[in-house]
Design a protein around this ligand. Sequence first.
Ligand code: GUN
Length: 294
Amino acid sequence: MQLIDGKAIAAQVKQEIAAEVAGIVARGGKRPHLAAILVGHDGGSETYVAGKVKACQECGFKSTLLRYEEDVTEEELLAKVRGLNADADIDGFIVQLPLPRHIAEQRVIEAIDYRKDVDGFHPVNVGRMSIGLPCFISATPNGILELFKRYNIETRGKRCVVLGRSNIVGKPMAALMMQKACPGDATVTVCHSRSQNIKEICRKADILIAAMGQPHFVTADMVKEGAVVIDVGTTRVPDATRKSGFKLTGDVKFDEVSPKCSFITPVPGGVGPMTIVSLMKNTLLAAKGEVYGK
Ligand code: GUN
């Protein structure tokens, strides 16, 4: 069994980005600038956004964090999105999800100029991704593809099972794995909360990607000997022995599953750091105008 070290790969990619940014700036070019909108004080969202701001520093990007209280109106938020769309200094921006219930998330996503949508959530980017056109690819699936590349994990012709059908991970992951590309070219099955025979389906998987947000859902009896297991889960499970009061818990029962795997990602330190790095890559692409021009 080989552990996939997302933290180490992420550090390597950030160094590569920082070197490229240093070159751009030395030639008189503009430093990439990412903005993030954070609404409320959800612990998970606070942590993710702080990680994104820190990664910007490490990559040599400028970052701007725009905070709003939980009671911000949808119109205020939409006005800020329009402002960022029009701000030439901002290369890309994200609105951290989830948003409070009184705000229509999809309306906010669709208000973002797709050319600055470095999360890859706008329907233009989702649609272009699904038919293999240049676009911003959503960060978590793209980070997983990067891990496959860097660990030389073959995906062509493999049976891939994706657990979960979220717009952020499951759906784009499935689309990318079936894409005529490398990584890609896999035979993909998607399972979700209404699927039957999930265990049997998982047992056939050469590559199992767990992204349903159910701690320890994947047990050893669901995993084929030699499978590649990617754990996207990051649920905060209460843990009184920790200073934070919680333990970040994956969708996979790591201790019993890992001995059966050829490769497996840990939680934390697997997919999480790669998600942030993918956002940095998209921001650099946006700054260079390499997807939609400038
Ligand atoms: N919430 C959970 N993951 C993400 C992400 O990748 N981007 C944004 N904007 N919000 C999220």
